[in-house]
Write a protein that binds this ligand. Sequence first.
Ligand code: ADP
Ligand code: MG
Length: 226
Amino acid sequence: MSFVEIRDLTFAYDRRQPPVIEGFSLSVEKGEILGVLGPSGSGKSTLLRLIAGLEVPAAGAIDIAGKRVVDDVTFVPPEKRGVGMVFQDYALFPHLTVEQNVGFGLHRLPRRERRERVREALELVRMAGLEKRYPHELSGGQQQRAALARALAPNPDVLLMDEPFSNLDADLRVSIRDELAAILRQTGMTCLFVTHDRDDVEAVCDRYIVMEAGKQGKQAGRTSSD
Ligand code: ADP
Ligand code: MG
């Protein structure tokens, strides 16, 4: 069995409407970085929300790291799925500093261990020295890296990224995508990476799928990046 295994997933926001995700299946290997391409409205964000446990499918099953997280009779809540998420708008808490943001998901750890994890995560994304800053005191690229550090700090099994570069200008996008690729390889993280941009996929991902109206389209492939 693959590290992330999705079988026959179906989901509708409104039961009177056609499903947004329909009969969707996907396997992702441990350490694999999978690109998810597809037009706006094809269900990419919804797929990530289902994996994260933010939505409940009408049918189907998801396994993460050998553990069933959802099916007809199972629902593991988001905080117990071992999933980290980075959103398009970063969703940093504006009233918390960088280190408080990154430590947010670590409240169950003893203080010393928490501090150590925060330090490691910030070092990984090259944000050491900016611990005391608030989000509004950071550039777009730094906010992006802080959000990545926050998602990685709890050491998730799977990282989900939903168009994380869409708020960055073109130049920054090119440099940060190479940084992200390096960070993900360094951690060996298993990752689903949603984007509009084929260049992102080429730079960051091992493989990609294309979503079309809630299903996996015919187009899919490997990238040349390693
Ligand atoms: P993508 O991320 O690929 O652009 P989404 O997963 O956001 O697509 O949306 C898929 C479909 O579900 C779209 O038709 C969208 O309008 C609809 N949708 C998304 N979120 C909601 C919601 N909270 N309530 C109702 N419909 C939604
Ligand atoms: Mg989306």
